[in-house]
Design a binder for this molecule. Structure first.
Ligand code: ADP
Length: 161
């Protein structure tokens, strides 16, 4: 049976920290589906089609990686995609508490009982990188391109500066 992992998140935007989690998880799974959770009540910083394009661009040479979007519960989406694993990254103790609670909550759902959450610790050099940091830097006109894995290569970058 194919080992498929869903990497769910907002990825608003997808950062070098997210990329590092995917790169390190590649040897663990046959396929990783980066799944952008869509929350229609919230206006994103980077529009969904551009987030999808940017992530496609980053993993253009990586056939194991797929990009998709979903709304609703990650475990329902995982079931739909025949994925048995949810991949998440952990930077801090606060992240760990949150992720453990989410993993427990997911396991209690009917769709989540056979789905295992796999947590990878952030590498120290990426532990301070977050999408919200990028958005804050952008808001104040500070440089943030070094935190994005596609800057200077991707045409959509122009739209977010
Ligand atoms: P969410 O809104 O679901 O938290 P994010 O897009 O912020 O989605 O993050 C998706 C996942 O990536 C989360 O598990 C988060 O902890 C992890 N993550 C975010 N930034 C980093 C980083 N710099 N290093 C490792 N993991 C990270």
């Amino acid at each position: 049976m194919e080992r498929i992992a869903i990497f769910p998140g907002s990825f608003d935007p997808f950062t070098i920290g997210h990329k590092n989690i995917v790169d390190r998880a590649l040897p663990l799974f046959d396929r990783i589906i980066i799944a952008i959770g869509v929350n229609s009540a919230k206006q994103p910083w980077m529009p969904l089609p551009e987030r999808i394009d940017a992530i496609h661009f980053v993993f253009a040479d990586e056939p194991q990686v797929e990009v998709d979007s979903f709304s609703g519960l990650a475990v329902d989406y995982a079931r739909e995609r025949n994925a048995r694993f949810l991949l998440r990254g952990v930077r801090t103790c606060a992240d760990f508490d949150y992720e453990r609670n989410m993993a427990d909550a997911n396991r209690m759902l009917p769709a989540g009982k056979d789905i295992e959450t796999i947590l990878l610790p952030a590498l120290p050099e990426y532990a301070a990188v977050s999408s919200s940091l990028v958005r804050e830097l952008a808001r104040f006109g500070a440089p943030y391109a070094h935190l994005l894995p596609y800057t200077n290569h991707h045409p959509y970058t122009n739209l977010i500066t």
